[in-house]
Design a protein around this ligand. Structure first.
Ligand code: ATP
Length: 443
């Protein structure tokens, strides 16, 4: 069974509405049954008195055999047009298909007007920009379509794991009145003559929610005015944020490890052709879990590899690339210098220069950032002042810490970056339907 079939069978999809059969279910229909298949024409071969038309839908491809006046009409239909073919399930000589359809009618639902801007079959390659300019059509490319099926499945697995652990799904506002972590990278907008911003993260809200809901998660878009044009940054990205009362950052790393493993295992069963084996993602730490290196260990490793880094230095792209060659697969970097992390991260008792923080890396790519949060209101106020932020602009948030705030920890999972890794895509734009960056605002 191929990955398409596995995917569809997992949905227990055996027959469909209004006698319309999805391509994947055609093999289960009895010979001689009258059926309809809706899809788009990908190929047509005309050998005189008989023609073979290949029609694809979101689940697979069917072959229709056309003769007589239906053949004459099919000749006139441009490829990629949306059609409904009606006919009888029949035996086929085609090796890769279980049956074919002896077509007695073909109806054009939507004509494709040629020349099309890109060739979705992939026979003629187009640049990414061109493909993104007509993404709707690009989705008819099987590889592209599969990426978005994988994405949908992955978010589902993550949701299910979190819900099974008593996390409650929430939605926090995306239009906010003050910056979450200071002003950098914020999109500003006019909100009824007041200044407002697009949310960079749900950080403050999700922390406050642990007060009543204990464990929360949110799948949502966040916005950063990223001027740099890289393969891993967008101005709008999807983050899966979680926050949990009474857990510390080690327990959040346990949850992340489980989420990643469950996602890979589930995707691999459904998409064995597209998703690499767990070995690829975990190296030799499948049994022991994702390795947890401290920032200081990483610094030592890097200095042994010829870098000249001192405690407190941030790890540059180049440094992370070097680390990525030493550690294949996922790895955590934990206990970052306090000064490199935001004000809401707790310090280690007895080592105030170290924070209870972690990042999840895959090679050079940072996927997740998390930590134990500071929940003592006085410490939080001091941290804000130390980082040059105004306690006044965080007063709404700080109030909640005087209402009996539980200790809590959490993380933000860069879902698009996780999808890059899981689908082996080297540009974040491949895994986002309509990416937004400093150049791209349409479609
Ligand atoms: P980076 O240093 O790579 O710019 P960051 O430290 O600003 O990331 P965080 O604020 O910690 O990122 O956000 C948590 C996660 O959200 C990141 O690990 C990443 O996966 C994702 N993320 C952050 N900014 C972007 C962006 N502009 N585009 C896509 N994903 C992002």
């Amino acid at each position: 069974m191929n990955s398409w079939s596995r995917y569809q069978k997992s949905k227990k999809l055996s027959k469909c509405e209004n006698e319309r059969i999805f391509a994947i279910c055609l093999g289960e229909q009895p010979l001689g049954k009258k059926i309809s298949v809706a899809g788009w024409i990908v190929d047509f071969s005309d050998i005189g008195k008989i023609g073979f038309v290949k029609v694809r839908d979101v689940t697979g491809t069917v072959q229709g055999v056309v003769t007589g006046d239906v053949l004459a009409r099919t000749r006139e239909i441009p490829r990629q047009s949306s059609v409904l073919i009606k006919g009888i399930v029949s035996k086929t000589k085609a090796k890769d298909l279980p049956v074919e359809i002896a077509v007695d009618d073909v109806i054009v639902n939507g004509k494709a007007v040629h020349p099309l801007p890109i060739d979705p079959t992939g026979r003629i390659e187009s640049s990414m920009d061109k493909r993104l300019d007509c993404r709707a059509l690009d989705l008819r490319n099987e590889h592209v379509l599969t990426i978005f099926k994988i994405r949908s499945e992955a978010v589902n697995v993550i949701r299910n794991v979190l819900r099974s652990k008593m996390f409650i799904e929430v939605n926090t506002p995306k239009i906010i009145g003050s910056a979450t972590e200071g002003g950098a990278n914020l999109f500003e907008l006019d909100y009824f003559k007041r200044k407002a911003y697009l949310a960079q993260s749900p950080q403050l809200y999700k922390e406050e929610l642990t007060l009543g809901l204990e464990r929360v998660f949110e799948v949502g878009p966040y916005f950063r005015a990223e001027p740099s044009h890289t393969v891993r940054h967008l101005s709008e990205f999807i983050s899966i944020d979680l926050e949990a009362a009474y857990l510390d950052y080690n327990e959040i790393m346990d949850i992340v490890d489980e989420l990643i493993m469950s996602t890979i295992e589930s995707l691999r069963t459904l998409f064995p052709v597209n998703i690499k084996s767990t070995n690829h993602y975990y190296g030799n730490s499948i049994e022991s879990g994702i390795p947890r290196l401290s920032y200081e260990e990483c610094l030592n490793e890097l200095n042994r590899s010829g870098e000249h880094l001192e405690f407190g230095d941030d790890l540059s792209d180049a440094a992370l690339r070097t680390l990525g060659t030493i550690h294949n697969g996922f790895y955590f970097i934990k206990d970052w210098p306090t000064k490199l992390k935001p004000f809401y991260i707790q310090e280690h008792e007895g080592r105030k220069d170290l924070s209870k923080s972690f990042d999840l890396q895959f090679g050079y790519l940072e996927l997740i950032s998390g930590g134990t949060r500071e929940h003592d209101p006085n410490n939080l106020r001091n941290k804000l002042i130390e980082q040059g932020l105004s306690t006044e602009s965080f007063s709404h948030h700080l109030r909640a810490f005087d209402w009996g705030m539980p200790p809590h920890s959490g993380c933000g999972i860069g879902f698009d970056r996780l999808m890059m890794v899981l689908t082996s895509s080297d540009n974040i734009r491949e895994v986002v339907l309509f990416p937004r960056d400093s150049d791209r605002l349409t479609p």
